[in-house]
Ligand binder design. Sequence first.
Ligand code: GLC
Length: 487
Amino acid sequence: MTEELRVLFLISEIDPFIKIGGLGDVGGSLPRALASLSPENTNRHRIDIRICVPLHAPIRHKLPTEKIVAEFPLENKYGKVFATAFEAELNGIVTYLIDGEPVRQAPKVYNEDEILDGEKYVFYSLASLELMRFLNWKPHIVHCHDWHTAPAIYQLSRNRVNDVFFSDTRSILTIHNLPFMGNGASQAMTDYGLPPTSSTALPEWARHLPLPLGLLTADWITTVSPTYATEILTPEFGCGLEEFLASRRLTISGILNGLDIASWDPQKDKALISPFSVDSVHKRTINKQALLEEFSLKNDLDIPLLAFIGRMDAQKGVDILLEGLEMIADTNWLAILLGTGNAQLERATIEMQQKYPNHVRAAIRFDPKLSRMLYGGADMLLIPSRYEPCGMVQMIAMRYGCIPIAHATGGLKDTIRNDPADQKTGFLFPKNTAEELTQSLKQAFSYYRNQNLWRTIQQNAMRQDFSWERSANEYAKLYLRLKENTE
Ligand code: GLC
């Protein structure tokens, strides 16, 4: 006999339908992995997971078949605001797309206008809960992600006592990016009947912001890596919430994200001129050669080829990277830096190419095909992120035998093995400074000169298990624990 475990999953991005960053990968992969867990691993529960996502402007026209399942009003200060819920099957999961004026009036997924975003996400969060009542589908767990969905948790905690429908529902809030707390949403919260909290557990400035309120009232909090769960309790990473979070430390845990290993498979990757596996790593050389030719870099396979792949912004540490490369400009290396973002950092990257034309190529663009070629052809990936709740590029890189050189923080620390030497999967440097980055790079260069040693590191890296199944199992355990506490 299997029992049902109903999970309502609120997230603002679902790959491949709508993806801005790593959050979209989680929205695309985790629900699927949860739905396919075998009942043997879930204490004989079948997980019925349903997702609610806003019907963002950019996906209005690209939906597969969908149907309207509900139309209902929400009350705000000015009267009724109607919500429409469409049902579609995305990635094989029942997904409700929430529409209404506040969603329609926001042109992008995330908007520069914080007020507009506040209205959109408060409305979407509350409408998602109401939809469950409308469908008479009582979730055991509401699993929310980041500030965009946190108003649902706050609402749930306020109403649960008097609300039979949700009285047994437990909530989880997963932090993917703590600095984004929903500034600009306070007015919308007031308008929809969500007042500031009077709890002094939160600092005063945080008492009417969605993310802190969600963190205050969630039954459980997770971060996307175990290390990040401890880092957020410190002033360096806690964004001013460290003391409050430390007071909740017994209800915070870290569950590492997985990787979509079917989509990231060096043996089947169509973008690679020369696909390869752990037993044929030598075939990577052809990919490296192709990159050197395409970017008119010195055709010498003995020189390590470095890559950066990602958003060019402060979090990702592009400034540290450029400074570090400059410090070792007199040694032998080549680098291709791919990404877009902050205009100043883009410019600094281009200037780096102008200054060191024999070393550096700046590829200032969004180019998924090139990123795959880099994973499959470059020797090392530079990841000097200031903070990294989980991070995905390091997992892809390892799977493709491209060795990460990374700041020992968050998910980078949890996924990359620095020692012992014979089990190394990458290089970690403890403090994120240009000096430490270059120290680590120099060490990597000396390993690289010993091709046998390097091959061992590549094979160690490629053999890691980053599948979503492992994460899904941990989430399922957490769901069951919370559900059992209500029985
Ligand atoms: C955010 C974090 C990143 C994480 C992703 C998915 O983008 O910055 O570290 O991998 O969310 O959880």
